[in-house]
Each structure stands twice: as C-alpha cells, then as structure tokens.
Design a protein around this ligand. Sequence first.
Ligand code: SF4
Ligand code: SF4
Length: 169
Amino acid sequence: MTSCQRCNKCCTNHLILVTPQDAARVEKETGISAVLFLDVIDDRKERERGEPAFILNGKEKLLVLQKQMNNSCILFNGKGCSVHAARPFLCRVYPFSANEKGELVSLPSRACKEKWFPEGEEAKQYLQDARAYQQQLEDYKKAIEKWNQITLKQKRSLADFIEFMKKEF
Ligand code: SF4
Ligand code: SF4
C-alpha cells in the first residue's frame, strides 16, 4: 500500500504533540483561542522527534492537543480532522520522519499497523513536511530557551506560555 488508509486511529488513540506555530495556525483557521484546545503533559523521555520540553512551575512539560472524553483528539469531528488544512505538522508527517540523510523513514515506534509507505509526489510532500517540521522544532527550541530563562522559578500558567509564544511566532 502506498497511502494512508484513513482509519482515523491516529486521531482517536494518540496524544498529539504540537508546537506554538501549529497552535497559531489552528487558531487562525478556527478562530478558537489556543487555550481552549491546548494542554500540557509531563515530559516523556521516549519521544522521538526531539519535540522540546519547556519549564512550567519547575517541571518539564510538553505541549499537546486536548482530548475528548472518548480519547479522541479535541479537533476530531467524528469523521475526520476539523482543521485538516491547518493540522499540526506531527499529524501531517505521521508515521514518518526525515532521517539524518534527509530521507523519509518510518518511525521506529510506528503505532500505525497498516503497511503503507508513500510514493512519487506524495512521498515528496511527506518529506517536505518532515523537513519543515524539523525546522519548526528548531525555532520552537530557541523560543523555549528564552521562556525558560525568563520564567525559571516563577509561577506561570499555560495561558502565560501561549501568550509568550504568540509574541515569538
Ligand atoms: S497513518 Fe495509519 S493509523 Fe493513521 S490514519 Fe493512516 S492508516 Fe490509520
Ligand atoms: S489535529 Fe486533526 S489530524 Fe491531528 S490528531 Fe487531531 S483531528 Fe487528527
């Protein structure tokens, strides 16, 4: 198989890591304030793409999309993604990433059980998105360094973090 089977398991089973740049795009697309769809979780050492953690009230946190009661992503509308054109980069490139040689590869921890890998123009698009995602993460890391220096030992909320990142991106 060469294409995603659109089984929606990505949207209904997994926690989705996001960047502030992703959140800004979704906010623009939906008009919904980012505080209403973002959340934080404790840092996970097993993450693969180098999604950066930031310090919030003395603890390392990761930015994620909120979930619905049934474990679906907050942006899943029952049939598909409600913000498809503006969806986070993790969703765009899953279950792949670009390796050190700049090639598109399956994630080692790939949870998608469907055996598919894109070809032709679709593969080019995945690779382009995977590289763009890497760059987005690099920019996010730099912004986090600033945030961590400013807020170390200070009490801050997720809303404060979102406001800070809005000024950065
Ligand atoms: S990537 Fe895999 S799990 Fe996700 S929607 Fe496509 S086929 Fe389903
Ligand atoms: S943002 Fe959209 S594509 Fe990504 S998990 Fe949520 S519903 Fe699925």
